[in-house]
Design a protein around this ligand. Structure first.
Ligand code: TRP
Length: 317
């Protein structure tokens, strides 16, 4: 595997310090995905309330061959934030049915997830050649340029929705800048819908999402020698209609002071104070089209599930 960047870099500490000394407090969401966090997220994707993964998978299963046909032959497939590649096998199989050689580059910040991705794909789609890349997007997308052939970039799971729109456009644009004519992008986006469906998806009955959100504190305890007491925080999920996004927060249950020894920093939290950890934007077909256009892509086709809860879009450079 290619290690592009170490996970606990000095910028990690700087970002935590910056977030916890801001008003309101924030924590960088990329901290979710250490080995424990990636395993918890995998559990989220299997929750009855978390419709996103299985809805997207249904779309991919139903339309994989149409997608492969629309993309055209001889594409090298690069998946950003591949995780364990659970959804990708269907698509890889559809490509394997149409072309001689399928080259698949799963990219993720979690080494553990990539090891599982490689294992899974080798078993389920033996025709595919898998080359995992450990990378953090803050390092840019220069690695795309070095890959051979026509490229199809996959960015699934509505991960794009975890960025504010200007940052999402900047990300897609920097991907676009590494691509050439004939290359394409397959983008998964969650769609705006009734909050009675959205809220449980981000605050499940078993409390897995709460554990996932709090894992960020466990990670800071471990990596920055801090003393967050996880029992003194509550997971809060909110629907922000004006911004069309789900928001994740950690609420301090009492007045407390947390000590981050590696940073020589003491952070005071008031009772009920919120620390913002993540946003998950929910789109319309029009807002996706606009985001792609602003990034230098043109939307070719969108595939939706029957309930119109989720969409997978093919865009051309
Ligand atoms: N990309 C996922 C999403 O927006 C991330 C996610 C799911 C998440 N559940 C979460 C992030 C809970 C923070 C807290 O759906």
């Amino acid at each position: 595997m290619i290690a592009r960047e170490l996970i606990s870099t000095p910028s990690f500490a700087a970002e935590v310090e910056q977030g916890l000394t801001s008003d309101p407090k924030t924590l960088p969401s990329k901290l979710f995905y250490d080995a424990a966090g990636s395993a918890l997220f995998e559990k989220i994707t299997e929750l009855p309330e978390y419709y996103l993964t299985r809805t997207e998978l249904g779309i991919l299963q139903r339309h994989a061959s149409a997608m492969a046909q629309a993309v055209g032959p001889d594409s090298t497939i690069v998946e950003l934030g591949a995780g364990t590649a659970a959804k990708t096998c269907t698509l890889l199989r559809a490509f394997a049915n149409r072309q001689m050689r399928v080259l698949y580059f799963p990219v993720d910040i979690s080494w553990a997830a990539l090891a599982e991705a490689r294992e899974r794909v080798s078993q389920k789609v033996p025709q595919a050649h898998v080359r995992p890349v450990v990378a953090d997007f803050s390092g840019g997308f220069g690695f795309l340029r070095d890959l051979p052939g026509r490229k199809l970039v996959l960015y699934l799971g509505s991960s794009i929705g975890n960025f504010e729109t200007p940052a999402a456009v900047a990300l897609l644009r920097s991907v676009r800048n590494e691509l050439s004519a004939g290359d394409s992008l397959l983008l998964g986006t969650d769609l705006a819908k009734d909050p009675s469906i959205l809220l449980p998806a981000y605050d499940d009955a078993q409390g897995v999402t709460a554990e996932f959100n709090k894992n960020i504190l466990r990670r800071i305890n471990h990596d920055l020698d801090a003393d967050f007491d996880l029992d003194c925080f509550r997971h809060v999920a909110r629907w922000n209609a004006a911004q069309s996004r789900m928001e994740m927060h950690l609420e301090s249950l009492e007045p407390q002071t947390v000590h981050l020894r590696s940073l020589n920093l003491r952070v005071k939290l008031a009772s009920r104070e919120l620390t913002h950890t993540e946003n998950s934007y929910k789109y319309t077909l029009a807002s996706v089209r606009e985001m792609l256009k602003a990034s230098g892509f043109s939307l070719q086709k969108s595939w939706l599930d029957r309930r119109k809860w989720f969409a997978v879009h093919l865009a051309q450079v």
